[in-house]
Design a protein around this ligand. Structure first.
Ligand code: HAM
Length: 450
């Protein structure tokens, strides 16, 4: 035993002697490419988007859901589809120390469908309506309106197949951007049918594009094998030209899908939402069935590549595909970064929190201590107070109060702190009055009401 201890000590000594290797990497004072800070000066835009979106969600009966930013990779591969750009090129995937294969979410829908199944939400009264807000990650080439970390606000409704819910989704997405002040928005809609009619349409499309194979870009030649519908929205000029004369999905819908689409268009007419049928709109995720839509700002410039402000559609097969009951579903997501960009470009209104109407100034160490509590009690009574407790001189504090254009300045000097009083100064008239601290809240409220 003694021998063993000696041996352990020896090892410990040897380990101790080893010096840690110092790796000096350059510290880059910037976030990774395609990611950025949202600085305080920009927050009023974001706050406005959040407020308007959350209000719309609440008005339409949606409840908030939060799901993890990280999910098992195969949730996305199965849900979004292996032939899509997101899965093929854009996932942030890694293996954890425990050996789990996980990815940062590139979108919310798959995670929410997973949660719907896992938490047995199918027993709730239908449609089960949920909204979300948060970051997503796609390893795409950063460019105007395209980030690697971006934020979505979105809604999902599970358990209803009627096209009226599709129409309500479009109504909600459209209303949000409209209420934010982006009024020149057009909704592009299409129906890509159900797996039944799409199979036949896909065959037609493949034989059409096969006959034009030479004119397609390298990516589309690959898409021809794995995802021919995506050729329809390829941004390459030569592919777009070929796509113009391709068979259109709306001409090849089964009876059920056709009447679903007809109903949707009638609802949109009823809502007077400006929309156009876009036969080349197919969307970049494989789970869609029937309705697909996207929202664009501004007038259409022929051939110009535009970023959608938001998009969505119906995904009747996703819940079953992930292992749940057969559940029709529909949803949309708005790209908050793009909406904020548009708002900035258009100089639109942002959210400003209510301004402080009272400034609390203090002088002397005893008064300074007391002012901490006084600040709290004013705040607790709903009075927004500004202060600059770090400043020693009364003059500099009063200057700040002037600059903030408050209605009242409360001055707590050494004498007032000892006496249990406060000087209340009305800034407009310059009138001052000494008020007992116990009556301060009522006095301030009374004067602010005037
Ligand atoms: P998505 O079209 O991939 O759909 O994304 C929705 C919106 O997110 C886009 O219209 C765009 O505004 C924004 N977005 C997407 N990628 C980026 C990016 N790299 N940078 C900035 N913004 C971006 C979905 O994600 C579906 N989950 C929507 C949905 C919900 N479908 C049914 N339910």
């Amino acid at each position: 035993m003694a021998k063993k201890n000696q041996a352990t000590k020896k090892v410990a000594k040897t380990v101790k002697k080893q010096k840690p290797v110092e790796i000096k990497e350059e510290l880059l004072l910037q976030p990774p490419r395609g990611m950025r800070d949202i600085l305080p000066k920009d927050q009023p835009y974001w706050q406005q988007v959040r407020r308007v979106s959350e209000k719309a969600a609440a008005d339409f009966g949606y409840r908030r859901i939060d799901t993890p930013i990280v999910e098992f990779t195969n949730l996305f591969t199965r849900g979004i589809g292996t032939g899509t750009d997101i899965i093929e090129k854009e996932m942030y995937s890694f293996t954890t120390k425990g050996g789990e294969k996980v990815s940062l979410r590139p979108e919310f829908t798959a995670g929410i469908a997973r949660s719907y199944i896992q938490n047995g939400m199918q027993v709730e009264s239908k449609p089960v309506k949920m909204f979300y807000i948060g970051p997503c990650y796609r390893y795409d080439r950063p460019q105007e309106g395209r980030f690697r970390e971006f934020f979505q606000f979105g809604c999902e409704a599970f358990g209803e197949q009627d096209a009226i819910v599709d129409a309500q989704m479009i109504q909600m997405a459209w209303r949000i951007v409209f209420q934010l002040g982006i009024k020149n928005v057009t909704v592009h809609v299409n129906s890509i049918g159900c797996p039944g009619c799409r199979k036949q349409y896909r065959n037609l499309l493949v034989s059409y594009f096969e006959s034009k194979r030479q004119k397609l870009c390298i990516d589309c030649k690959k898409r021809l094998e794995i995802n021919p519908l995506r050729i329809l929205d390829c941004k390459e000029d030569k592919c777009a030209q070929v796509a113009q004369n391709a068979p259109q999905s709306v001409d090849h819908l089964c009876e059920d899908c056709r009447s679903h689409f007809k109903d949707l268009l009638e609802y949109l007419d009823e809502l007077e939402i400006p929309f156009e049928i876009d036969p080349n709109l197919v969307r970049g995720l494989d789970y869609y069935t029937k309705t697909v839509f996207e929202l664009f700002a501004g007038s259409i410039v022929e051939g110009a590549k535009r970023n959608a402000l938001g998009g969505g559609g119906r995904y009747d097969g996703l819940v079953k595909l992930l292992g749940g009951e057969d559940t029709p579903a529909v949803g949309f997501a708005i790209g908050m970064d793009r909406v904020v960009n548009e708002m900035k470009k258009m100089g639109l209104k942002t959210y400003h929190p209510p301004k402080a109407r009272v400034f609390l100034a203090q002088l002397g160490s005893f008064a300074k201590k007391k002012s901490l509590r006084m600040f709290e009690s004013l705040e607790r009574n709903g009075i927004i107070v500004a202060e600059s407790f770090g400043r020693g001189s009364l003059k500099s504090q009063l200057k700040i109060a002037d600059r903030l254009k408050v209605d009242l300045t409360l001055i707590l000097g050494q004498k007032e702190a000892i006496d249990g009083t406060v000087i209340v100064k009305e800034m407009a008239s310059g009138m001052q009055e000494i008020v007992p601290s116990v009556k301060l809240i009522d006095e301030v409220k009374k004067r602010l009401k005037k």
